[in-house]
Write a protein that binds this ligand. Structure first.
Ligand SMILES: Cc1cc2nc3c(=O)[nH]c(=O)nc-3n(C[C@H](O)[C@H](O)[C@H](O)COP(=O)(O)OP(=O)(O)OC[C@H]3O[C@@H](n4cnc5c(N)ncnc54)[C@H](O)[C@@H]3O)c2cc1C
Length: 384
């Protein structure tokens, strides 16, 4: 066991994609004396439980910009890190049932095209022609992003962590941060289950526990954890591969191919916030109902397994990414809803610039926490 070091230049709280990516980007810039504290094991919480979706099709320009940057990294990840991340550009098909939703989609397509995102607008007939197993009678239309896809979130996070470790970042697993010492509105250090660390800089990338960690610094942010359940079928040959990520937007339902099976799930608008990640097998019935409505052949599929994880959600479903003005030395990147995995590579770079340069070229105005004082409407339309 290595000797506990009681000082650090920078302490990162949380070893998911955000913490690992930030550690990597700080190390890449030559920053020494960084410690990452993870209360459990790396990438076991939201990151490891995510379904790894990567898309350029967002409705908010800031999210599209984060995705464009991350996509460049995903496309070259294997060369740069020598790690297979299973990056699979199967595409994302968004489908709208309601007229209003369809109009919103078309507005988003305009924005996406302005930012050079390749996206196709498809009629129900064109959707049926390309994916004959889909029921399209109640669909207004769809948009398809051919560059979208998915990758293995665990392997991506571990690749960042391993490079960071090799470059000198100390990674302390099974070490919970229990307090943050703030004096005269400045960070002075942290308390952990292994002992205290004096440090002038603390980064809160604690995912679903981000609100709890912010409270340790005396701050109250509107970030809440919500369970998301995923189900996986046994090998299923009746739907030809590749199966893109198919999002039935108004039904809050999705499916995509995963190995020989089909991965499927939906969000539950009635689910209250909690840290519960148990699988509710009664909920599976609702998922199957939506699945069989959209792809009737799925009636023949058999469920192999299910699991639950946590989304971290803010009132406008966009994150807080910021050097917090009220507490000098306290940085946050929390509240990523269903898109934190794919935005992790870009957010790590942005945080490293904020910390090392005092500014970043990325416009963080949409992500400052005090927007919640004035903005009540939703920023990003949640996909699922
Ligand atoms: C079912 C599901 C599907 C998803 N699908 C997608 C998708 O398709 N695409 C996508 O981009 N995103 C997806 N997401 C969202 C994505 O997983 C998250 O946004 C992302 O993983 C957040 O990363 P993070 O590092 O902020 O949080 P986490 O991965 O949760 O990491 C936070 C870490 O902080 C640690 N921690 C917390 N408190 C403390 C403390 N006091 N001391 C020390 N350590 C602490 C935790 O143990 C945890 O390991 C999905 C999420 C779920 C649950």
């Amino acid at each position: 066991m290595s000797k506990w070091k009681t000082t650090a230049d920078i302490a990162i709280i949380g070893g998911g994609i955000m913490g690992c990516s930030t550690a990597y980007h700080l190390a890449k810039r030559g920053q020494k004396d960084v410690v990452l504290l993870e209360r459990d094991l790396l990438a076991q919480a939201s990151t490891g439980l995510s379904v790894g979706g990567i898309r350029l099709q967002f409705s908010h320009h800031a999210n599209i910009r984060l995705s464009l940057e991350a996509l460049r990294l995903f496309e070259h990840f294997e060369e740069e890190f020598n790690v297979d991340i299973g990056f699979n550009q199967v595409g994302y098909l968004f489908m709208a049932q309601k007229k209003d939703t369809w109009e919103d989609f078309l507005d988003s397509v305009q924005l996406q095209r302005q930012l050079n995102v390749p996206v196709e607008v498809l009629s129900p007939e064109e959707i049926k022609h390309r994916w004959p197993y889909l029921e399209v009678n109640d669909i207004q239309g769809g948009t398809f992003g051919p560059k979208d896809g998915y990758a293995d979130p665990y392997n991506v996070a571990m690749a960042f962590a391993n490079k960071a470790r090799k470059t000198g970042v100390r990674i302390e697993e099974k070490t919970k941060v229990t307090g943050i010492r703030v004096e005269e509105s400045r960070v002075k250090g942290i308390e952990t289950t292994k002992g205290p660390i004096s440090t002038p800089i603390v980064i809160n990338v604690a995912g679903p526990w981000g609100g709890e960690v912010a409270r340790m610094a005396g701050l109250e942010f509107p970030v809440k954890p919500y369970r998301r359940q995923v189900f996986m079928t046994k090998a299923f040959k009746d739907i030809p591969k590749p199966v893109p990520m198919i999002i039935d937007f108004d039904a809050l339902y999705y499916l995509r191919g995963e190995g020989p099976g089909i991965l499927t799930g939906m969000s539950d608008p009635d689910e209250p916030p909690s840290f519960n990640t148990n699988v509710d097998w009664n909920f599976l019935e609702k998922v199957i109902e939506k699945a069989v409505h959209r792809a009737p052949i799925l009636e023949k599929a058999k469920i192999l397994k299910g699991w639950g994880g946590l989304y971290t959600i803010t009132p406008d479903e966009n994150p807080i990414i910021e050097a917090i003005p009220q507490v000098e030395g306290f940085f946050c990147a929390i509240g990523f809803s269903g898109h934190g995995f794919q935005h992790g590579p870009a957010v790590g770079r942005i945080l490293s610039e904020l910390i090392l340069d005092g500014h970043t070229d990325f416009d963080l105005i949409p992500f400052v926490h005090n927007r919640f004082d004035v903005i009540k409407e939703k920023g990003e339309k949640r996909a699922v």
